[in-house]
Design a binder for this molecule. Structure first.
Ligand code: 3HC
Length: 313
């Protein structure tokens, strides 16, 4: 078959909702955009552990500490699922880690903001994991088999992440005036960075059109963002807090909530490394990687010894 026939057969497989598997023929551009998106997704899970990790030793109760620890451990597991799924496309873990450390790969901008107090842990769980759920539920139907299966496993844990965050804010919003003010302040600081998680508007998106044709993306950036807004408006009523957007208004004609303008200047500044915590996050990742050298060496030495024994047996 020539390239044109291979391409037609590939697109027909996509259109017929047949998952693309690692051993299937695929256009290099499909492979490369999956490596880009999936490795950045994995990086986001791992870097996303840092803001919350800052509060494990400061959790207000043993129960909250145990819940937060469990959530952070889940995120590490999500990162490993996604790195492993990305490796099926022919890139090594080392190449992905190097790309992150050398600034050649992105991770979600939202993780470059500081966690100033315990209410931030609630806002991250409710809003950031809530936004991630919107995105990841759609990705369960993505055309690449290993990515879709990783998403199905990850989504099972995400609702617990969002619920525990909502519960933290619910507790604070029913506490003292100071606690309610803390919850509102955290909401004010995390709402817009969470809205930015869905990426640029569709009209500005570099990859959306092709990713949609290849059914990597099943809903557009703006569709997912709109679902997130509509959901959050209902949930925030239960908290008795206010979303920090004066332009938020039900649009009868659209049957959705209209929302105010996103500060894309801030978004691109953070994506390009000028956010409040970009340097700190990468430095922490590099230190963790260096500190873990001995573990990797020990595991490799053990694997080599085991292999040698098997060969001799
Ligand atoms: N932060 C950083 N970069 C972003 C971004 C964000 N919030 N949104 C978009 N970008 C980047 C894109 O990566 C792309 O740059 P690149 O070409 O160098 O990769 C550029 O901006 C243009 O954006 P596009 O819309 O054209 O890019 P995509 O089609 O890839 O759409 C996306 C962006 C919606 C984030 C998509 O990549 C995606 O769905 N990724 C998988 C989900 C994901 O990564 N979520 C991140 C959070 S994970 C998380 O929150 C874990 C939770 O458990 C806490």
């Amino acid at each position: 078959m020539d390239e044109k026939e291979l391409l037609n057969r590939f697109q027909a497989q996509i259109d017929a909702e047949i998952k693309i598997e690692p051993k299937d023929w695929m256009p290099d551009a499909y492979r490369q955009t999956l490596i880009r998106q999936m490795s950045q997704h994995a990086h986001s899970e791992i870097v996303g552990m840092l803001p919350e990790g800052n509060w494990v030793t400061r959790a207000p109760t043993l129960k909250r500490k145990a819940i937060l620890l469990a959530k952070i451990q889940d995120e590490a597991g999500h990162g490993l699922y996604l790195y492993s799924a990305t490796e099926t496309l022919g890139i090594s873990r080392q190449e992905m880690i190097d790309a992150l450390h050398e600034g050649r790969a992105k991770y979600s901008s939202v993780f470059n903001y500081p966690t100033l107090n315990w209410a931030d842990i609630g806002a991250i769980g409710w809003l950031v994991d809530g936004a991630a759920i919107m995105n990841q539920v759609a990705l369960m139907r993505t055309s690449y088999g290993p990515y879709s299966r990783a998403m199905i496993r990850i989504c099972k844990e995400e609702s617990f992440h969002q619920r525990q965050g909502f519960d933290i804010l619910y507790t604070l919003s029913r506490g003292s005036d100071e606690q309610k003010a803390m919850a509102q302040d955290a909401l004010n600081r995390w709402w817009w960075p969470s809205m930015m998680m869905f990426g640029p508007h569709d009209s500005e998106s570099t990859h959306s059109q092709q990713s949609t044709k290849w059914k990597i993306k099943r809903k557009s950036n703006d569709e997912l963002r709109q679902d997130f807004v509509d959901n959050s408006v209902q949930q925030v009523k239960v908290l008795g807090l206010t979303l920090p957007d004066p332009d938020l208004k039900w649009n009868e004609e659209r049957q959705h909530y209209d929302y105010g303008p996103i500060d894309w200047e801030e978004f691109w500044a953070v994506v390009k490394g000028r956010g409040p915590c970009n340097r700190e996050r990468i430095a922490a990742r590099k230190k963790a990687y260096d500190d873990g050298e001995w573990v990797r060496e020990a595991a490799l030495a053990y694997a080599k010894k085991k292999k040698a024994k098997e060969v001799l047996a």
